[in-house]
Each structure stands twice: as C-alpha cells, then as structure tokens.
Design a protein around this ligand. Sequence first.
Ligand code: PLP
Length: 449
Amino acid sequence: MPTTEYVFNPRTTDVLIKQPLGAKLPVVDHAKGVYIHAKDGRDYLDGSGGAMTVSIGHGVREVLDAMRAQAERVCFTYRSHFTSDAAEALAQALVDLAPEGLTHAFFVNSGSEATELALRTAQQYWRDRGRPGKTHVLGRAISYHGMTMGALSMSGHDARRADYGNLLHTFAVAPPPYPYRFPLSGADAEGHGAMVWDRILREYGADKVAAIIVEPVVGAAGGALAPPVGYLRALREICDRHDVLLISDEVITGMGRTGTWFACAQDGIAPDMIATGKGMTSGYTPMGAVLFHERIIQAFGDNGKTVPFGHTFSANPLSAATCLAVVNYMRDHKVLDNVAPRAAQLEAGLRRLAARLPWMADVRGRGLLWGFEFVTDPEKKTPPDPALNANVRFTAHCMRAGLIVYTAGIAPLNNATLIAPPLVITEMEMDDLLARLEKGLLSFGAEMG
Ligand code: PLP
C-alpha cells in the first residue's frame, strides 16, 4: 500500500506539506501566461491557477507596469488617514461589475478576511436593527469560507475544523449541492435543492439567524459542486421570507471564473454581500473585498456606524493599483469572452477521459471551474480508502506530467480534484492541459491498479 510522509523544508519553516512518498516541491524560477518554470528546467501548466487564483495569467506586462508606476508614487498610506485614486477606482470598477444594488466595497487582504467581515457585518446589521439575537451564519456541509476563526466557523470543512474544537461556532449546516452522493427528494428537492433551506430555517429558528453564506459553486471543499442556475434565486426568496441576509462567497467564483463577473448574476439576484478575492488579484498581490448592498450601507448610516472591521493594509494603494490593473486588463481584453468556448473544450475533454476511465467519476462544474472524483467501484460509487490519499497522490502524478491541479474534497466520501486554469488559456494550451491530465491519470491508474 502506498504510504505518505511529511516533507519539511527547514529553510522556509512554513512549508510542511503532506506529500506522497518521495514527492518534493519544485523551486519556482519564473512564470509567463499559463506556464510556470521551475529551477530544475521543467515547465508546469498551471491547470488550477494555483489555488483557483490566477485569472489573467502570469507575468502580464500591463499589470507589472501599473505596479511599478504606483510603487513610484506611493506604496502605503493607512486607510483612516488617506484614500487613493487606485482604491477609489477599484471600488467603482467592482460595484460597476456587480449586480445592481451592490454599491460599496471594503478592502481586506484575503478571502478569509472577506467572509469574516461579512459575518460581522451581518451580526451588526441585526444588532442595529434591534434584533441582537440574530447572530448565527448558516452554511452548507462540504463548504469552505476561509481559515480565520469566524470564516472557519461558517465552513462545513471537517478536516480543516478538526483541530479547533470549541474555539469554533457550530452553526447548522444544510446538505451540499451534491446530487451524486446526496440526492434530495420531495419538497427539499424543489428550487434546484434550495428549498431545504426553508425547512432548516423553520426548524432551527430564523430568529437566531443573521445570514446564510454559500459558494455559488463549491470549490476547495468539494471540487466544483455546481447547483443548477435557479438555486440562488430560490435561496434569495427564502432569505427574504425569513428575514435573513444572503452572503455570496465569490472568493473563487467572482471575477469571471464561471463565465460572468459574479456567479450570482446568472441567477439574476443581488445578495446582501459578496465576498471576493482570488481572481481580482490574479495572484499579483494579496487582496480581498466585500461588496455591500445599499441596504446594508443604509443601516450603517442610520446608526452612525461604519464597517465593523479594518486591517493595517486594507485598501493599500499598491495592492489596489495592482488589482485595478487586473480588472482593467480583463475588461480591455474581453477575457470573459474566452470562458465559454474554453469551458466547453475542457468539459468535453474531461468527459472523454471519464468515459475511458471508469474510476474517474462525476465530472461536474461551471465555467472554468471543473472537478471530478475517484471511485473504486463505479456502480456502488465506492470512494478509495482514505489512507491512500488518492487525490493527493494523483496531484503528484500530475506534477510529474507537468500539470498543476488542485487537491479538493473532503475524504472519505469526496476525493476530488479541481481544474481551474487561468481564464486566458488558449485552445492549444487547453489541448496541452488535457494531454498532460491524461498522462497524469494513466500513471495514477497504473499505480493504483
Ligand atoms: N472562500 C472561498 C470560497 C475559498 O475558496 C477560499 C479559499 O480557498 C476562501 C474563502 C479563503 O480565502 P483565502 O485563502 O484568500 O483566505
């Protein structure tokens, strides 16, 4: 049976990664477009944009020039002392791209901080409205909203929660949008699976609930679990009926990943808050944002309050200018127009592979965010023995084939892999991705027998 070891790099003491036996991390040298070049001379196709982050590719000249130009003017001022042209323009650009009604942006430094801020804001909103008992923020099983304590409290990610015991809140969770393993029936199945929320709110007591948070397509925890369009629309109606705010966690799905600027737009709804991050940075700088609906801002105003949060580096001019350059690049180069054709090519390629390899199951996703999982018995949908760490092991096979994929999913049931290349990937590069993936799958299959 394959075994695992911990690889500890004493020079960068933060790198402690559970890898299949013998796997060592390559040392990066440089990156351009969708390819990353390591010091050992090998190239890797960035098939997951790192952690579903790289949207416009690596080494884009316009972004590098904007970073330099901003750095030469001013890198840092504190958010309570100054605003900047870059932060103002980025806020405007984001609300212009968001569904109508989302009118304000607040900047943080990561996706976790964005969902954490959304949690606090939801609680403050109800406190200020004279309903201080509404403090819980409910999410779904098999979900991930970030690593800080509030964000993790809202996450249905057992593996990442495991070590924090009573430091985390245990809010109620709804079933994941995962028909392959959790089919819903009867009334719960209505509204594309969203009606289950109506029952949960009635049984749990909406008077305790400040907000519901969902990823439009579940990413890191589930491997591209994509409820049909219509789910968020039904959920919006349920939230309104029960006086509960709706937070769309678009840290992955935001900024074009699923084909529209924000995934919630496909359902024609405006959430009360959108948390976003990864794609708007394309990895050029750490940054995240919460977009607020006008009604939330109104509540602040009525009570003479402001956003209940802030960090030293919130809205720092250098990160703001960098993200602004990313967003401008996406608009100027019509990057979103590339998503549908490349998504169709990727989906067809994945389905072709799955048709040949019966242990590659449940190809699913939306836009350029696709996943699949492994089973040992396709009829019974038996997941591999968790001790095998199948998806981690598969990642190593892909690395050997020159392809970066993202290990997603929560064992034992869900042993998923995410494919989420930069949105600018060309047709030829997608063919290359699929060829490398095939190589990784075949050598993985040979090892697993
Ligand atoms: N929300 C979602 C949906 C995510 O996928 C992630 C990270 O994977 C986060 C929040 C947390 O973002 P970050 O890692 O930037 O803190």
